[in-house]
Design a protein around this ligand. Structure first.
Ligand code: G6P
Length: 615
């Protein structure tokens, strides 16, 4: 939530251009307003406004700003409407201290009152603005810049990734973190960068320092020193983390939108994820086999990946796995969490605050609990709270709606399930091999599907868009697919389209069905197929327009359907188990084209942000 970027050079440069590029690469984190402040020869120059980055650049020409320091911000509003005065950066009374911030200062009201009583004048409704004023207050008392920042942060409750500069200290910027991510990159002796996410720094480096909670870094051109500001500020030596993402993966590369590009990247993302080491899978499998209680928790799309993954793992583990939305984990387990439990935490960003808080709570509640996490981001917060982590190999995902990170999550959970099957010898070896073969074929199936079908999905959208409502219905493991399909439409096409259990749809949703009402059935030929046929008949009898997503050779449901989307995969139980991976691109494309049909930008859905670091 909110993207921040900071840079410090040895001498004056056309630094606005670099800062602009930095926040452009973070625009998926928030896009209701933006701003850049530059330091040049003892003065701060601020430009900011509400709107998308390109609109503001056209008006304010960020790229023309010259200086040796720049702080930049792209905002997802929390405190204060998305209007110019609330855009970041924020300054102190004397225009000497500038701050960009990602997170929430929870006690800002009392701090603001205190500062107002001391004569400070505020320009915005934000929580952030108290920070430069508080620093100003300490500097007034004769405390140096670094210690003024430390004193200020010690008084701030809540979460922050923050970058600060002071015009009277033009050779350094200060960066600090509590809960909201910050990474740092260096070009030794020349320039230092910091940002709230990896894509912003990919043009400059693949080696990063990842700031921990309560850590503060002083960036000088091409140099950094890091301290923990909660304790005595003793310098910390941190290892660099290498991240193997290509810069092309964070560019549109000829596609009209990141979302479409990322759907088409799914086959290769899955191929990379298939290479997760056996050793990692074995460690995960062992913990799950030893556990008495197992929970799987996540938010948004990762939650639906967890629903699908839970089905797959349970099949081979022979133990129930309880799925819980991470924001509800504490409420639900408050009186029942046992010591020998395992929590599988799934998050593409590894930064979702509700998830981080849930696993932190669980750790505190029960000492021997094990946290196993699945994330796409090396060094993300979740990895710090986990006993074991598997990194999915989706690469950077810039479109706000998760696509390739979803399929790689389900595939990773599938690999864990199959590892368990191997170790428990639950099936003859040939059967387990057949499941492996099916899982390994998922990239080819999707590739084949994408080659053939993009166009027919566009046509289907033309038809569907004439209707105010429709459903995705399914049974068994495909309920996860239906729910994720519904979520994609809400996110990118602003359509209130629900994914629902086909059986449960009789208990309410069927009341909406009239002649021509479309219902999309997700129908791999698994054990729930025949019952799904029954559900289709119920909806047909009421005039429903039946659209089905089926396998290539399907006959029964296809014959009952008005429109059919075929997924080019064999009709057997091995492939059915991994249909949450192979069937979802059809629904992702549907959501994408539906967004275009509504004139919406699928990469930047209204009111959303990719990484949700506030409660
Ligand atoms: C936000 C994003 C979703 C994502 C969810 C969970 O709502 O817009 O795309 O699924 O957060 O994010 P995570 O990074 O934890 O998977």
């Amino acid at each position: 939530m909110c993207g921040i970027f900071g840079i410090i050079y040895l001498g004056n440069k056309q630094i606005g251009k670099i800062a602009l590029e930095g926040i452009r690469r973070l625009e998926y984190r928030g896009y209701d307003s933006c701003g850049i402040v530059v330091h040049k020869n003892g003065e701060l120059y601020l430009r900011k406004d509400s709107g998308k980055i390109q609109e503001i650049q056209d008006k304010l020409k960020f790229d023309e700003l010259i200086g040796n320091i720049a702080l930049a911000h792209t905002r997802w509003a929390t405190h204060g409407a998305p209007i110019k005065k609330n855009s970041h950066p924020h300054l102190d009374c004397k225009n000497e201290i500038a701050v960009v911030h990602n997170g929430i200062i929870e006690n800002f009201i009392s701090l603001k009152k205190e500062l107002l009583s001391k004569g400070h004048v505020f320009q915005s409704d934000t929580d952030t603005e108290i920070i430069p004023h508080l620093i100003e207050e300490y500097i007034k008392e004769g405390i140096d810049f670094k210690n003024s920042v430390i004193k200020t942060l010690k008084r701030c409750k809540g979460a922050y990734g923050i970058v600060i500069c002071y015009s009277k200290e033009p050779n350094s910027i200060i960066v600090a973190r509590k809960e909201s991510p910050i990474i740092i990159g260096l070009d030794k002796g020349k320039v230092s960068y910091c940002a709230s996410d990896i894509p912003a720094l990919l043009p400059y480096t693949r080696d990063f320092y990842i700031l921990g909670d309560n850590e503060l870094a002083i960036l000088r051109p091409g140099d950094v020193s890091i301290v923990n500001f909660k304790n005595e500020p003793i310098e910390i030596t941190k290892p660099l983390k290498h991240i193997d993402w290509s810069i092309d993966a964070a560019e549109k590369g000829g596609y009209e939108h990141f979302m479409l590009k990322e759907i088409f990247e799914e086959p290769n993302a899955l191929r990379r994820t298939l290479k997760i080491s056996e050793n990692e899978l074995k460690m995960f499998a062992k913990e799950l086999m030893d556990a008495e209680n197992i929970y799987i928790t996540a938010a948004g799309t990762s939650y639906y990946a967890s629903l699908a993954g839970k089905y797959i793992i349970t099949k081979f583990l022979g133990k129930y796995i309880q799925e819980i939305e991470c924001s509800e984990l504490e409420n639900q387990l408050l009186d029942s969490l046992k010591n020998n439990s395992v929590i599988i935490a799934v998050s593409q960003s590894g930064e979702t605050i509700d998830l981080i808080e849930a696993i932190r709570w669980a750790r505190k509640a029960q000492k021997n609990i094990k946290i196993l996490s699945l994330t796409n981001v090396v060094g993300s917060s979740i990895t710090r709270y986990s006993d074991l982590t598997i990194i999915t190999q989706a690469g950077p995902e810039i479109g706000v709606a998760a696509t390739k990170t979803y399929t790689t999550q389900v595939l990773s959970l599938g690999l864990i399930g199959l590892q368990i099957a191997r170790e428990r010898n639950v099936l003859p070896k040939e059967e387990i091999d057949s499941y492996y073969d099916a899982l390994k074929s998922s990239p080819d199936i999707i590739e084949d599907f994408l080659k053939k079908t993009n166009h027919s999905i566009e046509k289907l959208v033309d038809n569907l868009e004439k209707n105010a409502n429709y459903f995705f219905l399914a049974r068994g493991i495909s309920i996860a697919t239906a729910k994720e399909g519904g979520l994609k439409l809400k996110e990118v096409a602003c359509r209130f389209i629900e994914g629902y259990s086909a059986a449960n749809a009789k208990h309410g949703p069927i009341a909406l069905v009239r002649e021509g009402f479309p219902i999309i059935f997700i129908a791999p030929p698994d054990e729930s197929y025949e019952r799904l046929v029954g559900n289709i008949m119920e909806f047909k009898a009421r005039g429903g327009h039946i659209i089905s997503v089926v396998v290539e050779s399907d006959e029964i449901i296809s014959d009952l359907s008005d429109t059919v989307i075929r997924i080019p995969q064999p009709a057997n139980k091995y492939y059915n188990l991994f249909s949450p991976i192979t069937f979802i691109p059809a629904l992702q494309l549907l959501a994408y084209h539906s967004a275009l049909a509504h004139g919406l930008d699928p990469d930047q859905p209204l009111n959303l942000a990719k990484t949700v670091t506030v409660h």
